[in-house]
Design a protein around this ligand. Sequence first.
Ligand SMILES: Nc1ncnc2c1ncn2[C@@H]1O[C@H](COP(=O)(O)OP(=O)(O)OP(=O)(O)O)[C@@H](O)[C@H]1O
Length: 251
Amino acid sequence: MSQPPALDIRSLRYAIGGATIIDDVTFSVAPGEMLGVIGPNGAGKTTLFNLISGIAVASSGTITLDGADVTSAPVHRRARAGLGRTFQTSSLFPALSVAENVRLAAQARLGGALSVVRAPRDSDAASGVAAERLAEVGLAHHAATTAGVLSHGDKRKLEIAMLLAADPAVILLDEPMAGVASGDVAGLGQVIRDVHRAGRTVLMVEHHLDVLLGLVDRVAVMHHGRLLAIGEPSEVVADPAVQAAYLGEAV
Ligand SMILES: Nc1ncnc2c1ncn2[C@@H]1O[C@H](COP(=O)(O)OP(=O)(O)OP(=O)(O)O)[C@@H](O)[C@H]1O
């Protein structure tokens, strides 16, 4: 039997207060693929991520993760099924060290009691996972640094390391470049590329189109809650309907 898609979305619809925010969206993402999700402000990108991660529940349609229907599953069950997500707003603990932030995320996954008081032992499974993940995002040299003083680019790398601590197969990145200094964008892009090349399926919403189009295998364009186009970046950028949706913005 052929492998099921990492993520399959069928006829997804989300309506609230009389407004249809997501309207009949269907697409699937292959295992190991990186899909960019773009669209003008208010197009429904974050809502789509909320439906996939379980923060909002679809009005109709289905969401399948690696063959398992998770359409109405709570957030923690989707996380157990291999889904991980970052948010537009920072989710780290600024007063703790970089290593402690990732250790806590790893402890949550490993099921141990959460403790910031007990000094971590190097032999701790969670500390081991934390060290590996920090190395993976290039932050090993900042392990002892207080997370709050990191640059925006390094904070985003730390959030990715925290996400990886749970070992997700499918990762949703919501505007990972937001607020990152232009000089740090390329380095963060390389971390995302490496995370993807390690075999993970990645969906990424990002307004920095130049960076996104250079990273992804395919791009999906949302417009007024509908999927306007999906395909390889060069095809999608050349699509007149996509250009019209951006009202002449350089795509
Ligand atoms: N809970 C809600 N109740 C009412 N309207 C909502 C709700 N959530 C989102 N919307 C509306 O749905 C539309 C899509 O919002 P969403 O945040 O998903 O868009 P987006 O593409 O992520 O936008 P941006 O690029 O600005 O982040 C917007 O018009 C928003 O105001």
